[in-house]
Design a protein around this ligand. Structure first.
Ligand SMILES: Cc1cc2nc3c(=O)[nH]c(=O)nc-3n(C[C@H](O)[C@H](O)[C@H](O)COP(=O)(O)OP(=O)(O)OC[C@H]3O[C@@H](n4cnc5c(N)ncnc54)[C@H](O)[C@@H]3O)c2cc1C
Ligand SMILES: O=C([O-])CC(=O)C(=O)O
Length: 338
């Protein structure tokens, strides 16, 4: 039987996770990954890479829990193996603190991270502006190392990688049997999705090796994440803002907010500044559709729109995408297309 030709569009954390999962799980497919930008130039590369989820309104919680758990377990196994330094995946312990007590004191992911507990009053004394806090151990996945590591794994599984901008899905329909769209914010143009929009995020990398624990304000506008080579300090969440340039006023206000949480930060050397555009959507789109392209019905599996949770959910949604590709293959077999 000839192999089904699958193309994955996108070389961020969602695209590479999906490509690896398909290539490893479905040997009856030949898998090609196409993208216009690769590491270190994707949004994923600059993400803080902390595993922490928001709750999407219209996706069953069971499915969101599975996405989180599958990703967490996959990355935990890497963090606890000899691959950890090369893959850039480590355990990270710390605190998420809130100025007002949140409605949801125990988020759905609280039982999926390690050692989740509420902070004691004594621990909270260190953060006088905050009334409530959660302490836990999660994972930090640094995509500037993880993406090259995934790319090697994909090539070992027989995958092929090509640099190319795709202007429309029509361009792919004669060369591939199944299209998997992991183009993030690019889906706005590539598939005309008006629901996906940018949420601009600026972060700094600083040298502060004395910091060992993460601190995150629950509003997501001040966070300090110690990593392997530096500490990521952020952030901003500017909806509909397409600017990719660093904004000096953002830098100043990030440092001000974060120094309030950790005064020693004012002594840290700034190593770099970075801006990325989160591919936000009310709900991520992980689904299978048939699209009419050049007179044929072509199966398309979408996997994009992860907003601020792409690193957190990539492996889990990639496993769902494998299931959707498998369904496409079964239908194609029934229609004796292969
Ligand atoms: C400041 C900041 C901090 C963040 N911190 C975290 C965090 O701590 N934890 C977390 O889980 N998430 C975090 N995120 C969110 C995370 O970065 C995103 O959810 C994630 O990177 C999305 O991955 P992706 O693969 O969908 O998109 P991207 O990384 O943007 O990749 C998209 C890919 O598609 C390609 N592409 C697009 N259109 C086309 C086309 N037409 N033709 C060919 N190729 C195309 C691009 O070239 C690229 O290769 C953060 C984001 C920002 C901005
Ligand atoms: O909010 C955080 O802690 C990090 C993150 O995911 C983002 O900035 O998108």
């Amino acid at each position: 039987m000839k192999k089904a030709r699958v193309v994955v569009v996108g070389a961020g954390v969602v695209g590479f996770s999906t490509a690896v999962c398909i290539a490893e799980a479905l040997p009856m497919c030949s898998v090609t990954l196409l993208a216009d930008k690769f590491s270190p130039n994707t949004t994923s590369d600059g993400a803080a890479g902390i595993l922490l989820a928001v709750e999407f309104p219209d996706i069953p919680l069971e499915r969101q829990r599975r996405w989180f758990k599958d990703s967490f377990d996959h990355l935990l196994a890497i963090a606890q193996s000899q691959h950890s330094p090369e893959a850039g995946v480590i355990l990270s312990s710390g605190w998420q603190i809130f100025k007002e007590v949140p409605v949801d004191k125990l988020p759905f992911w609280s039982e999926l991270v390690i050692g989740f507990r509420l902070m004691t009053d004594c621990e909270l004394k260190r953060f006088p502006q905050h009334k409530f806090g959660q302490a836990f151990t999660t994972i930090k996945c640094e995509c500037s190392s993880y993406l090259p590591w995934l790319e090697n794994r994909f090539i070992k599984a027989g995958g092929e990688v090509k640099q190319r901008k795709v202007n429309s899905l029509e361009e792919l329909s004669s060369s591939y049997d199944i299209i998997v769209n992991c183009s993030g914010l690019g889906s706005k143009n590539l598939v005309g999705d008006t629901q996906v929009y940018p949420v601009r995020g600026q972060v700094l990398k600083v040298e502060a090796p004395w910091l060992q624990h993460f601190i995150r304000d629950g509003d997501g506008k001040a966070y300090i994440y110690p990593g392997i080579h530096s500490v990521t300090v952020g952030g901003t969440r500017q909806e509909g803002d397409w600017r990719l340039q660093v904004d000096e006023e953002d830098t100043r206000s990030i440092m001000e907010r974060c120094s309030r949480l950790e005064p020693s930060l004012s002594k840290a050397k700034v190593l770099s500044e970075w801006v990325g555009l989160r591919p936000n959507r009310k709900n991520p789109r992980v689904e299978r559709v048939l699209v009419h392209l050049q007179g044929c019905r072509v199966p398309v599996v979408h996997n994009y729109g992860h907003g601020s949770c792409g690193v957190t959910l990539a492996w889990g949604t990639a496993l769902d995408a494998v299931g959707l590709v498998r369904q496409c293959l079964n239908e194609m077999l029934l229609e004796a297309k292969l």
